[in-house]
Design a protein around this ligand. Structure first.
Ligand SMILES: [Zn+2]
Length: 87
């Protein structure tokens, strides 16, 4: 499994972005929301155009409960690209 801050692989899970509201603990299979230990079942794909080139994709993984809050957090900043089921 991939872990750590993403390099150029847009599919890579990242946790340590400076805009990220989440902790950097745990494995990529665990929800990115702070303090949540649930298994992640969603990939929230986003891009910050101030930090990233447009083709760069960042991914937060989320459980059912946190998929929407994380997506909303990004959406209000116009960072959200899409939400898709985690494989
Ligand atoms: Zn969660």
């Amino acid at each position: 499994m991939l872990r750590g801050c993403a390099a150029d692989d847009g599919r890579q899970v990242m946790h340590a972005c400076q805009t990220c509201p989440v902790s950097d603990q745990g494995s990529p299979a665990i929800c990115s929301a702070k303090g949540c230990q649930a298994a992640a079942t969603w990939a929230v794909v986003w891009n910050n155009p101030r930090l990233h080139t447009p083709d760069r994709e960042k991914v937060w993984v989320a459980c059912d409960e946190h998929k929407q809050p994380l997506a909303d957090y990004l959406a209000v900043r116009s960072f959200l690209k899409r939400v898709e089921p985690l494989e």
